[in-house]
Design a protein around this ligand. Structure first.
Ligand SMILES: O=CC(=O)O
Length: 369
C-alpha cells in the first residue's frame, strides 16, 4: 500500500504535469467556437482540491496559469497573458492565503485587459469580496463569484469560541496564570451566557450559524439585517432595529459585509449609545469598526472586552488593541483550519464549472445575466 506521503507526492507531481502540459504549446489567436475549448486564466494552482475535480474541468477548458505576486506585478502578468495567450473567458484566483503581498485590490488596473477582451467571470476565495471592484465588473457586465459556503461553519465556530472567551474574560485570566498570579476575584467575573443577550448584525450564512450556536449556550439572540429573514429561517432569533441592538445587547457580534454603508458603522458616537460594559466581537471585516474609537471605548471601560479576528489595516493590529488587557486577538484566522483551503478551492472550481456549463457561476454576487 502506498504511504500517505507517497500518495501526496504522486498527486502533486500529477498536478504539476497536468499544468505543465496545459500551459505549454498553446495555439495563439484562439477564437471561441464550439469545437475549441474556452481558455481560463488562473492565479496559482488549485493544489489542495481533489485531482478529480480538476481533471473534470480540463475536459471543458484550457488552463493557463500565472503566479501570485504584488498587485502591480500580477497586473503585468495578466496583461502579458492576455496579449500572448488570450482571450480568456474566466479568471480564477487560488490565492495563497498566507503569503503576502496579496495582488489585491481586484480592480480595473488588475483585470482591465481581461474584461476588455471578453472575460466574463471572476472568482476568488472568501465570503467577503470587499477587495473586488464589483461596481466596475457590473458596469462591464461581468460576474464576480465568491465562496460563501466554505467559511460559514468555520467562522461561526470560531466566533462562538470568541464570544465565550470574551464573556469569561479568558485572555486576562490566562495572562494572570502565565504570570504566576492566582484567581483574582476583584477583576470582573465571567458573564453568564444564560443571562446575556447577543446582538447579531448581519444575518447571512455566518450570522445564522452563530445565532444557533449561541442559543445552545442559553443566550437570547436578537438580530439586525437589511431585511427581516423569513420566519422559518429566524430559528429563535428576534428581528430588531439597529438602535435596539445597541441598547439591548450585552454582546454584539458583527457579520455584515464591508461596503460604503458599513465602513465605521461602529464609531465613537455609536459606541456611546451602547450599554455600558458592552462586549464587541468581530470576525467580519476590521473597517466596520473605527479602531481608534474602539481603543478609546476599551480604555474608558464603555466596552468591557473585545474579541477580534479582523482589523482596519491588516496585517497591522492597532497598538492600543495589543496593549489592552481586555482584548482577545487572532490574525484573521477564524476561517482557517486543516481543510479550509481544499474546500475553498473546490468551491471556486464549482463556480467555474457552473459558469462553463451555464454561463453563470454558482455563487454570483452581482447578477449581470
Ligand atoms: O475572511 C474570510 C472570508 O471572507 O471568507
Amino acid at each position: 500500500m502506498l504511504s500517505l506521503v507517497t500518495k501526496q507526492a504522486l498527486r502533486l507531481s500529477t498536478l504539476t504535469l497536468f499544468y505543465r502540459s496545459y500551459f505549454q504549446h498553446r495555439p495563439t489567436n484562439m477564437t471561441l467556437t464550439s469545437d475549441i475549448k474556452p481558455k481560463v486564466l488562473i492565479l496559482n494552482a488549485p493544489d489542495k482540491a481533489p485531482i478529480d475535480s480538476v481533471a473534470k474541468l480540463k475536459e471543458m477548458a484550457e488552463f493557463y496559469s500565472i503566479e501570485q505576486a504584488s498587485h502591480d506585478a500580477v497586473a503585468g502578468r495578466i496583461a502579458e497573458a492576455v496579449k500572448e495567450k488570450g482571450p480568456f473567458v474566466a479568471f480564477v484566483v487560488f490565492i495563497n492565503w498566507w503569503s503576502r503581498p496579496f495582488p489585491w485590490p481586484m480592480d480595473e488596473a488588475l483585470v482591465g485587459p481581461l474584461v476588455e477582451t471578453g472575460c466574463k467571470m471572476f472568482s476568488a476565495g472568501g465570503a467577503g469580496y470587499d477587495f473586488v471592484d464589483v461596481k466596475y465588473m457590473s458596469s462591464k457586465g461581468v460576474h464576480y463569484a465568491n465562496t460563501p459556503k466554505m467559511p460559514a461553519l468555520r467562522t461561526a465556530d470560531s466566533t462562538a469560541m470568541m464570544i465565550l472567551q470574551a464573556l469569561r474574560g479568558s485572555s486576562e485570566r490566562e495572562a494572570d496564570a502565565r504570570a504566576g498570579k492566582w484567581f483574582d476575584p476583584s477583576k470582573p467575573l465571567a458573564k453568564d451566557a444564560r443571562c446575556s443577550t447577543l446582538g447579531i448584525i448581519g444575518m447571512g450564512n455566518i450570522g445564522k450559524l452563530v445565532s444557533e450556536h449561541m442559543q445552545h449556550f442559553g443566550m437570547k439572540v436578537i438580530y439586525y439585517n437589511r431585511n427581516r429573514l423569513p420566519p422559518d429561517e429566524e430559528k429563535g432569533a428576534e428581528y430588531v432595529s439597529f438602535e435596539d441592538i445597541l441598547v439591548r445587547s450585552d454582546v454584539i457580534s458583527l457579520h455584515c459585509p464591508l461596503n460604503e454603508d458599513t465602513r465605521h458603522l461602529f464609531n465613537k458616537e455609536v459606541f456611546n449609545r451602547m450599554k455600558d460594559g458592552i462586549i464587541i466581537v468581530n470576525t467580519s471585516r476590521g473597517a466596520v469598526i473605527d479602531e481608534n474609537a474602539l481603543v478609546e471605548a476599551l480604555d474608558s471601560g464603555k466596552v468591557l472586552r473585545a474579541a477580534l479576528d479582523v482589523y482596519e489595516f491588516e496585517p497591522q493590529i492597532h497598538p492600543g488593541l495589543i496593549a489592552s488587557k481586555h482584548t482577545t486577538l487572532s490574525p484573521h484566522a477564524a476561517v482557517a483550519n486543516e481543510t479550509f483551503e481544499r474546500d475553498q478551492q473546490m468551491e471556486i472550481l464549482l463556480n467555474l464549472e457552473s459558469f462553463l456549463k451555464t454561463g453563470k457561476p454558482t455563487h454570483v454576487v452581482n447578477d449581470v445575466s
